[in-house]
Design a protein around this ligand. Structure first.
Ligand code: RFL
Length: 389
């Protein structure tokens, strides 16, 4: 078969590219290795920042995708048991994000794409792009029945996440990769228990913990732990005990623990985010530490840049925006990398006297105090939370 754009991966990045292309009548086929049920159940991010929300508003997709998602404009910061509420929206002229669990957004993106006649092929195995440095790339894969297929296209969008195949077909010497590892680990739990009133970051001598809502009856928690910590040591009982201690909240309601993971909080960037007619989008091109809440939002921002650039190339014969794709995205990527890195380092070192010592513990308290005492510091922080336009 033939199409204009093959999109590899039906995560937030791929589905956003596909929906935006469809809005302007550009043909595309989305190839996803998993089945629909699996993709719709993956629970990860929870906040759409203001910049990402505007991508869907500009495309006229906000009614379908964002219906019922409450505004998220505040952040609770609890230091040694003392809480303060940071009103980010008030410091950015109302640029609040939305509480929208990633799997709800994914479900709605799939529905919107399929309802508009979009071609989305789940259970596609062994997907592989070929001839991406030529004029006529093609993608081979095994369809849901195990039959070998070949799709020719003008462009390939590699939206297949960090472990995807797209980045691996680029000759290694054509990409520079930047990596940074943290000296602390992240233990994360997903629970069926009430969400906090506001997203909550808590620093104390017991270690860092964060509590975020994931819909009306679900929560995601993060707890600082030693790198490569043993998952089995985190019994449910220990999870709740540590959370109550670190959040300084004896009355924190518990509930069933649905998922536990020790995550590898790496930072990663490839430059450029393209090679020939292949364009890397979202986690395929970069990973940011989760604390800033930017991973999903960067994926949406990249997708928007790519969809507009493809439109200019396909409809107007103007390759300029495609040639600028990587540089355009990388400006925002490095900006959010810096923000996420800074926030992670600060909360970790500010909570744990054993890793960085009491000096950093005081630095973190000073930095957090400043956003409540200086309007300029508050605006700078709130601006990063809202996302780069
Ligand atoms: P995804 O979502 O990983 O989607 C990639 C898709 O590609 C498919 N795929 C393939 N398909 C065909 N052939 C292949 N060879 C393929 N290989 C892979 C996969 O099945 C999948 O459907 O990447 P995308 O679209 O770039 O989106 C990125 C976001 O998912 C990611 O950045 C965020 O989830 C990161 N993240 C968070 N981001 C936030 O903005 N705020 C958060 O609070 C937040 N919390 C999180 C997170 C990531 C987490 N994980 C993954 C560790 C919490 C967690 C636990």
């Amino acid at each position: 078969g033939t199409t204009t754009v093959v999109v590899i991966g039906a995560g937030v990045a791929g589905l956003t590219v596909a929906n935006l292309l469809r809005r302007t009548g550009i043909d595309c086929v989305v190839l996803e290795r998993h089945n629909r049920d699996h993709v719709e159940r993956r629970q990860r991010a929870g906040v759409l920042d203001f910049a990402a929300e505007q991508v869907y508003v500009r495309a006229g997709l906000d009614d379908r995708l964002l219906a019922g998602a409450p505004a998220s404009g505040s952040l609770e910061i609890r230091v040694d048991g003392v809480s303060r509420l940071f009103d980010a929206a008030a410091h950015t002229d109302g640029r609040a994000g939305r509480l929208l669990p990633q799997q709800v957004l994914v479900r709605r993106l799939i529905e919107t794409f399929v309802d508009s006649g979009g071609d989305l092929r789940f259970d596609s195995a062994d997907v592989r792009p070929h001839d991406i440095d030529g004029d006529r790339p093609y993608v081979t894969y095994l369809d849901a029945n195990g039959h070998a297929q070949r799709l020719e296209a003008d462009y390939v969008a590699g939206c297949d996440g960090f472990h995807g195949v797209s980045r691996s077909v680029v000759p290694p010497d054509a990409l520079t990769t930047y990596r940074h590892a943290e000296d602390v680990g992240w233990f994360t739990v997903l629970t069926d228990s009430p969400p906090p009133k506001y997203p909550l970051l808590a620093l104390s001598r017991h270690g860092f913990a964060a509590h975020f809502g994931r819909g009306p009856h679900a929560s995601r928690f993060y707890l600082q732990c030693p790198p490569g910590d043993d998952l089995d040591a985190w019994t449910d009982e220990r999870v709740w005990r540590q959370l109550r201690l670190r959040l300084a909240d004896d009355t924190l309601p518990d509930g069933p623990v649905v998922e536990k993971a020790v995550i590898d909080a790496r930072s990663f960037v490839v430059d450029p985010m393209s090679y020939g007619r292949l364009f890397l989008v979202g986690d395929a091109a970069h990973i940011v530490p989760p604390m800033g809440g930017k991973g999903m939002n960067l994926a949406i921002a990249d997708a928007d840049v790519l969809a507009h650039a493809l439109h200019a190339a396909v409809r107007n014969g103007d390759d300029g925006p495609l040639r600028a794709y990587s540089a355009t995205c990388l400006r925002r990527v490095w900006n959010d990398q810096e923000y996420s890195r800074w926030l992670s380092d600060m909360v970790f070192h500010g909570a744990d006297q054993s890793t960085a010592g009491p000096f950093h513990w005081h630095l973190a308290r000073s930095r957090l105090d400043r956003i409540f005492t200086s309007t300029n510091a508050a605006r700078a922080f709130a601006d990063l939370m809202a996302g780069t336009a």
